[in-house]
Design a protein around this ligand. Structure first.
Ligand code: GTP
Length: 195
């Protein structure tokens, strides 16, 4: 399966493009990519961003796809499904992404053939930027985008979805879902990477 990394955000909480911010000598997104490519079920990683950011992300040496909308992650997922078919979606700001957990999600996706296979927290919160998607999900997305409803979670809840209960997974896999929003979050990442 191809993995598509979403890289079209505004990084407003971070204050500058967080995915290109250098941590331990390399851009944050490179940490995510290096871990993602270790997943056995990932054959290629592509980056989905906006035209104006294409130049910067091209330096990573990966295929770049231009987001068809500017409406948030739902537009990035739509673009990935149209261009790539079935896909694993990851946020670029998840530097602890765990290749074993990614493989687990993809295997579950292939076994049960849902539209989406997504981690779910006990409080109902989803992790849609760490999930496997089928192109069969496209009509659901189109329908919602047409109505200008841009909540990805809402589309997932209207789909044939396989939920992965996070509380029943190995504790160390939860780190995979950690993401960087602010500069303070960087301290947590650096702390983890020194262990
Ligand atoms: N392709 C694409 N990626 C997006 C879009 N919006 C967010 N992302 C990416 O999705 C991931 C999670 O984004 P967030 O941290 O929730 O949002 P953000 O806009 O980057 O940051 P804030 O402005 O602080 O909310 C990041 O890797 C973003 O680059 C979008 O419209 N298109």
């Amino acid at each position: 399966m191809i993995a598509a990394i979403l890289a079209g955000g505004r990084s407003s909480r971070f204050g500058e493009e967080k995915l290109l911010y250098r941590v331990d000598g390399k851009p944050l997104i490179t940490h995510t990519i290096e871990r993602l490519v270790k997943a056995e079920n990932i054959e290629e990683v592509v980056v989905i961003t906006f035209k104006e950011k294409e130049h910067e992300f091209k330096k990573l040496g990966l295929k770049i796809l231009i987001d068809k909308f500017k409406i948030g992650p739902i537009g990035g997922v739509y673009t990935a499904l149209v261009e790539l078919g079935d896909v694993f979606i990851a946020a670029g700001d998840m530097p602890n992404i765990n290749p074993e957990f990614v493989d687990y999600i993809i295997k579950k996706f292939h076994r049960s053939r849902p539209m989406v296979c997504v981690p779910l927290w006990p409080n109902g919160y989803l992790e849609p930027l760490h999930a496997a998607y089928s192109e069969e999900f496209l009509p659901v997305l189109e329908n919602q985008i047409k109505k200008r409803e841009y909540m990805l979670g809402k589309a997932i809840k209207n789909a044939r979805t396989c939920y992965i209960q996070i509380e029943s997974l190995p504790l160390e896999w939860r780190e995979s879902l950690f993401n960087i929003n602010t500069k303070r979050d960087l301290k947590k990442f650096k702390g983890a990477s020194r262990e």
